[in-house]
Design a protein around this ligand. Structure first.
Ligand SMILES: Nc1nc2c(ncn2[C@@H]2O[C@H](COP(=O)(O)OP(=O)(O)OP(=O)(O)O)[C@@H](O)[C@H]2O)c(=O)[nH]1
Ligand SMILES: [Mg+2]
Length: 216
């Protein structure tokens, strides 16, 4: 198993980058949220890089590299193979190695954001890989998702309910969905976003900075 302190050894005297995870079902808006978070965090002076996970392609990495939002060399891709949660939980070696390489390449890197491959509600991150992680579900996936108490929904540090703009079109009572999400999480944080327009993505950035970058 690789040691998270390796990059710090590569740049003596610097603090290793914080590592955060974004998990959640296929298509919930993980990459869209990253696309919105990058300008907000970079605008606040955060030195960051991204590691994406896809099953057998580098689709999301290529999308971010083409986006113009980030230096393309700051985006690394891990091909997860058949089982997306294995590489963020049971054996995160590939992801650790990708982040270590970014830290070596970019001295002073403060934050590495991992996006997991789209998965099911049981998907969780190993704390060997990340310091903090969020789980992104979306309104169109059904308002009963919080009620189903998947480990991803329950255990993440921040639950993001995305695509709030779609609630009226899919017959979802957003307030009820959010209340249920807060109930099952024992009042741990839940934020509602529209990653398409960027609505409330600043609040996600606040949560990240507060949790791992020691912002007030
Ligand atoms: N209406 C609406 N669409 C959104 C929102 N967020 C993302 N989308 C759309 O949802 C689709 C999937 O978004 P992605 O960001 O690719 O989702 P993902 O979770 O990264 O998907 P995988 O990596 O394949 O699991 C895209 O067409 C997005 O434009 C949102 O808040 N509202
Ligand atoms: Mg994606």
């Amino acid at each position: 198993m690789l040691d998270k302190s390796l990059p710090a050894a590569a740049h003596p005297g610097t603090r290793p980058a914080a590592r955060i995870g974004i998990g959640g079902p296929v298509g919930s808006g993980k990459t869209a949220l990253i696309e919105r978070l990058i300008p907000v965090l970079v605008g606040r002076g955060v030195n960051l890089a991204v590691v994406t996970n896809d099953l057998v392609t580098q689709e999301d990495a290529e999308r971010l590299r083409r986006s113009g939002l980030i230096d393309p060399t700051r985006v690394a891709a891990v091909e997860a193979g058949a089982c997306p949660h294995t590489v963020i939980r049971e054996d995160p070696t590939l992801n650790m190695a990708a982040a270590d390489e970014l830290e070596i390449r970019f001295p002073g890197l403060e934050l590495v954001i991992f996006e997991s491959g789209g998965d099911n509600l049981a998907s969780t991150y190993s704390l060997d890989l990340v310091d903090w992680w969020m789980f992104v579900i979306d309104v169109a996936g059904g308002d009963d998702i919080p009620h189903k108490r998947g480990p991803g929904v329950l255990r993440c540090d921040l639950l993001v309910v995305n695509k709030i703009d779609l609630a009226p079109y899919v017959g979802v009572d957003l307030e009820h969905m959010l209340t249920e999400a807060r109930q099952v999480r024992g009042d741990r944080p839940v934020l509602a976003t529209n990653a398409r327009t960027g609505q409330d993505v600043e609040r996600v950035a606040d949560a990240i900075q507060h949790a791992v970058l020691f912002a007030p």
